[in-house]
Design a protein around this ligand. Structure first.
Ligand code: AMP
Length: 145
């Protein structure tokens, strides 16, 4: 899928937002929902998405909405740090299939990193255990401030 196109509300994140698909939810406010990535590139890989948006990518997003989304990303990133004590944290975002995007609802990845632990490949890892994701989600949620 290219950078141009129409938002499809059948995408998996839209289904999660509507409660039609399961997710290990971490946090939500009026603007964003955060939940665990089911194919994590590292332990604690978390996604943050706008709740009221039909932006497929960063370029589509209304600047006013985006401001609240990035504040949510910072808030959740701080909670990931407090919960898991990583040595570093990647915050990333992909636009268009050639860039690696696979789900076409704007989202940010929060990927904790530890010294000496290799990063899993984007879109190529195994599915995480749902019970473990639930525990991680609760640990991160407990550190939201
Ligand atoms: P991207 O490739 O940047 O579009 O990122 C999409 C991300 O969503 C990938 O890291 C996937 O592992 C993740 N993902 C796909 N389906 C689900 C799902 N049902 N619940 C949580 N994460 C998902």
């Amino acid at each position: 899928m290219s950078l141009d196109g129409t938002y499809d509300d059948g995408n998996i994140f839209a289904k999660i937002l509507r409660g039609e698909a399961p997710a290990a939810r971490v946090f939500e406010d009026d603007h964003v929902l955060a939940f665990m990535d089911v194919f994590p590139q590292s332990r604690g890989h978390t996604l943050v998405i706008p709740k009221h948006s039909v932006a497929r990518n960063l370029l589509d997003e209304d600047p006013g909405v985006l401001a609240n989304v990035i504040l949510g990303v910072q808030r959740v990133t701080r909670a990931v740090r407090a919960a898991l004590n990583p040595d570093g944290i990647v915050v990333t975002q992909f636009n268009g299939a050639p860039a690696g995007q696979t789900v076409y609802h704007l989202h940010f990845h929060i990927i904790p990193r530890w010294e000496g632990v290799a990063l899993g490949r984007h879109g190529a890892g195994g599915m995480a255990d749902p019970g473990e994701l639930k525990v991680l989600a609760a640990e991160i949620a407990a550190k939201i401030s």
